[in-house]
Design a protein around this ligand. Structure first.
Ligand code: ASP
Length: 323
């Protein structure tokens, strides 16, 4: 009887506490951990979405950058954060999908240690070369790599990053062998690409676009099967060098396991509301077409894990991060 009374009391207190949380959340600044260098695509996308979501939840959201090891360092830190609804991880297909197949030891488990909150719109990538590169098309670059195996350097955002995994997929589909040069994020990798220290790189469209428009880099192929208005005269790789080639990255917001359901729900709702704001989504917004509402369901993240895992499991991780 005593036990029953205690259980009832605990339940009542719990309900009251949760109800109270739902009314007061969020009462202080929220942190989203973006596990790559500032200025890269994850950081840019996270800041864009956080700024809009923050208006909906009525609280400031700050982005904390912790780059290294393809996002696994930051993900490890987020996994150990207090699950109080005030720290979240911006996760992508690499460290939250493929990493368990690529790293012998990880400081976290993407499924066991996190709860999914919402999924960002998927985003394609673009194959970039320096403005002065002799490779004017993807077909020319592939032909060169076939004649000169192991000589082209591809920059990327770290072992298991999107830029690394998609380059590995490209390598295997094209039947070429390139050298992977990992950095702590796409931002320092792009800098070296612009400086001509590396020969090529796959980058997300949001951060590639200003460099291409500014004439600092040349885009020679899209990983989407459809052309993109923002990249006129850049053909999908599938239409030129690699029939059937298609790749994109996915992102999701995650909470450390055990975070209050009310906090997850509040963030989820704030995101849905943001995505229904056409003035925002059509005017750059998250920066990527198409914003598919059906993909935002939290469970979609797990399905995407499995799909993408299979696609990238053959990728290799090599070397240490630069910069
Ligand atoms: N997410 C990385 C970054 O923001 C890019 C990548 O994964 O390729 O730097």
């Amino acid at each position: 009887m005593k036990i029953l009374k205690f259980a009832c009391l605990a339940l009542a207190l719990g309900t009251t506490a949760n109800g109270a949380l739902a009314q007061t959340y969020p009462s202080r600044v929220i942190t989203w951990l973006a596990p790559f260098s500032a200025g890269g695509p994850t950081d840019a996308m996270a800041r864009n979405i956080a700024a809009r979501v923050s208006k909906e939840v009525g609280q400031q959201i700050i982005i904390e950058n912790l780059g290294g090891a393809g996002g696994t360092l930051g993900a490890g830190k987020a996994a150990k954060a207090k699950p109080d609804g005030y720290t979240f991880l911006v996760g992508h297909l690499g460290y939250m999908g493929a990493a368990p197949s690529l790293y012998k030891k990880l400081p976290y488990d993407p499924i066991r240690d996190f709860d999914p909150v919402f999924r960002f719109p998927d985003t394609p990538l673009v194959l970039l070369v320096p403005q002065a590169s002799p490779h004017k098309t993807a077909a020319e670059l592939i032909a060169f790599a076939k004649k000169n195996p192991g000589t082209l350097n591809f920059g990327n955002a770290g072992a298991g990053s999107t830029s690394h995994l998609i380059a590995a997929l490209f390598e295997s589909k094209a039947g070429i062998d390139v050298v992977s040069i990992p950095y702590k994020g796409a931002a320092p990798a792009l800098n070296d690409l612009m400086g001509g220290q590396v020969d090529a790189m796959f980058d997300q469209t949001n951060t590639a676009l200003p460099q291409v428009q500014g004439g600092r880099l040349r885009a020679i192929g899209l990983t989407s099967t459809q052309p993109m208005a923002q990249f006129p005269n850049v053909p999908p790789l599938a239409d030129t060098a690699l029939p059937g080639f298609e790749a994109a990255t996915w992102y999701g917001l995650y909470a450390p396991k055990g975070a209050p359901k009310e906090a997850i729900q509040a963030m989820h709702q704030a995101y849905l509301k943001s995505m229904s704001d056409k003035a925002w989504t059509q005017d750059g917004g998250p920066g990527h077409p198409p914003a598919d509402g059906s993909a935002i369901r939290a469970g979609g993240i797990r399905q995407a894990h499995r799909r993408r895992d299979r696609q990238v499991a053959r990728s290799r991780s090599r070397g240490q991060d630069h910069a």
